[in-house]
Design a protein around this ligand. Structure first.
Ligand SMILES: CC(C)(COP(=O)(O)OP(=O)(O)OC[C@H]1O[C@@H](n2cnc3c(N)ncnc32)[C@H](O)[C@@H]1OP(=O)(O)O)[C@@H](O)C(=O)NCCC(=O)NCCS
Length: 169
């Protein structure tokens, strides 16, 4: 097997491997996560967007980030990042950082306004995510409002985003 790890856009054929990675990393509680709840609301049934990326070691999928196009308070233009998962044996090698950077770069190229997520500020803060004032942006599922973070891609995008996050499709 190749000892090079590389990152590429996720493809439909990756869906089973991404699902298995999530099952290993998050266990059965994963379906309660906000990102899953938001995607359940998709009418087209697609699990992936053009913004999702995977890290491959040879033919083995070792990390993945999912980004979903969402509306916030009915307004489109934002992406919800999550879940992101790295195989434990590949943790701490920068794959999480690279996957997030790829997702944000594509979001910027596509003219998106904002990337939001629910996660640890000490981790995501290092990439430029900021805490959203509690209650300004709400998500389905059990969410600690202090963990709602956002990365603005346009001036004033965080301040303008208000309301419930729902799937854009
Ligand atoms: C969180 C996760 C995606 C990070 O991926 P990774 O490839 O290991 O991260 P990177 O290599 O880019 O960064 C590693 C650094 O982040 C730090 N870090 C990792 N998770 C952290 C957290 N929750 N809070 C604060 N720092 C964290 C590490 O200590 C390390 O710090 P260092 O650079 O000072 O040594 C990965 O560990 C993972 O899949 N965890 C389980 C699933 C999860 O919690 N996902 C996030 C919620 S959706």
């Amino acid at each position: 097997m190749s000892d090079k790890t590389f990152i590429r856009t996720a493809e439909p054929c990756d869906v089973p491997s991404i699902g298995a990675l999530h099952a290993r990393v998050f266990g059965p509680g994963r379906f309660a996560r906000s990102a899953y709840r938001v995607r359940e609301g998709r009418r087209d049934g697609n699990a992936l967007s053009d913004f999702c990326h995977v890290a491959m070691r040879g033919n083995r999928l070792v990390a993945a980030v999912t980004l979903s196009e969402v509306k916030i308070g009915g307004v489109p233009g934002a992406l919800l990042l999550g879940p992101i998962a790295v195989e434990p044996e590949f943790a701490g090698q920068g794959l999480g950082r690279q996957l997030i950077a790829e997702g944000i770069a594509d979001a910027r190229s596509a003219g998106k306004s904002l990337v939001i997520l629910v996660g640890d500020e000490p981790y995501y803060g290092r990439f430029g995510f900021r805490r959203v004032p509690p209650g300004q942006i709400t998500l389905p599922g059990p969410v600690n409002p202090m963990r709602v973070l956002a990365f603005p891609l346009q001036d004033g995008a965080i301040e303008a985003a208000r309301g419930l996050v729902t799937s854009a499709y």
